[in-house]
Write a protein that binds this ligand. Structure first.
Ligand SMILES: Cc1ncc(COP(=O)(O)O)c(C=O)c1O
Length: 358
């Protein structure tokens, strides 16, 4: 077996220990004579899997009973529509902060269902810095939507915005990378395929007082009240994805929780940005105060070398470093399951590549 150092932005690397446990349990799960995929979602055994996953997530993030934890299908993009459908009526206003490709998409989708008001838009600066909060024009609508970590641009908030309306955050690429104060948010949602588990699942945390506001036309599959009332089992949930997600949460607990992961992630990011900043060959264009811990885009002094860099990196077992098609260059995503040794290997490769081509 030969596993590479995988820097994919998503679906991303999963902890090897999780994959090994899933492999070990694949044919027969916990004495059931069947794999976990082959159990009824209504069976006690599977309901336990779901409940344990939820309990672990609550412990990891410190989520109180004031919040519902929902396992939803359809990824984060489906929540772009679910947010307005659950929190507003068509004639209402809602605020959107646009800081990159993902919050821009959420804004465009939201605008199909609500009077979406753009609070500020960082596109003039090519999304390289966060628009200062003094310049935001907040309408005070039903909610305020933003994306704390822009996966494509590599732009991250280091603080939580203070706004008057319920804060709704697309945390797809930052949730579980460090501790957060969940009480500051009305809704947190995230596609699973970065720090949570396999694709096919989205996590939604909703402050319970925000439930019960869905408009009558909200489809049942997008309705958070329906999901909460049915223990996220209004229909057949993606059982294997939920099981694997539970194993990821178990792994995070065994690592020491989010304080420990946060410290490791801070070290990984510092190491990689240090490698970039201490050279005139590599550069990262993002404002230093808003650099992402999870997604690190970088360019080479000579873009003609991009393909050579990617090919040689791949030969060295460093994969999925190609930047997003809309941005170009390189991007290393260094989520929880990417160990410090992988970042070290990447930095050594970068240094050696620079010596040969710089
Ligand atoms: C911040 C962010 N939001 C939303 C999405 C879309 O997620 P999904 O593909 O699960 O719909 C992504 C995917 O990479 C993302 O990074």
């Amino acid at each position: 077996m030969s596993r590479v150092h995988n820097f994919c932005a998503g679906p991303a690397a999963l902890p090897e220990a999780v994959l090994a446990k899933a492999q070990e349990e694949m044919l027969e799960w916990q004495g059931q004579g069947a794999s976990v995929m082959e159990l009824s979602h209504r069976s006690k055994a599977f309901i336990d899997v779901m409940e344990q996953a939820e309990a672990r997530l609550r412990r990891l993030l410190g989520v109180s009973d004031d919040y519902a934890v929902l396992f939803q299908q359809g990824g984060a993009s489906q929540q772009f529509a679910a947010v307005p459908l659950n929190l507003s009526l068509e004639a209402d206003n809602a605020d959107y902060l646009v800081t990159g490709q993902w919050s821009k998409k959420a804004f465009a989708e939201g605008a199909r269902f609500v009077n979406a008001h753009c609070v500020a838009d960082g596109s003039a600066d090519n999304f390289m810095s966060l628009p200062p909060s003094d310049d935001w024009s907040i309408s005070g609508g039903r909610y305020f939507h933003y994306c704390p970590n822009e996966t494509i641009g590599g732009l991250e908030f280091s603080t939580i915005p203070e706004v008057g309306s319920p804060l709704v955050a697309d945390m797809s690429s930052t949730l579980l990378s460090r501790p957060i104060d969940v009480t500051q948010f009305g809704v947190i949602y995230a596609g699973a395929q970065k720090n949570i588990g396999p694709a096919g699942l989205a996590l939604v945390l909703v402050r319970k007082e925000l439930l019960g506001r869905a408009r009558p036309s909200c489809p049942a599959m997008l309705n958070w009240d329906t999901a909460a009332a049915n223990g996220s089992m209004y229909n057949t949930p993606p059982t294997f994805a939920v099981y694997l997600t539970g194993l990821v949460f178990e792994w995070l607990e065994s690592m020491g929780g989010l304080e420990v992961m946060g410290a490791i992630n801070a070290r990984k990011a510092a190491r990689l940005y240090g490698q970039i900043d201490n050279s005139s060959f590599y550069s990262n264009p993002v404002d230093e105060s808003a650099r992402s811990w999870m997604n690190v885009p970088f360019t080479l002094a000579d873009a003609a070398l991009d393909t050579v860099f990617l090919d040689e990196a791949e030969q060295a077992g460093l994969t999925n470093l190609k930047g997003h098609r809309s941005v170009g260059g390189m991007r290393a995503s260094i989520y929880n399951a990417v160990p410090e040794a992988a970042v070290e290997a990447l930095c050594s490769f970068m240094s050696e590549f620079e010596q040969r081509y710089g």
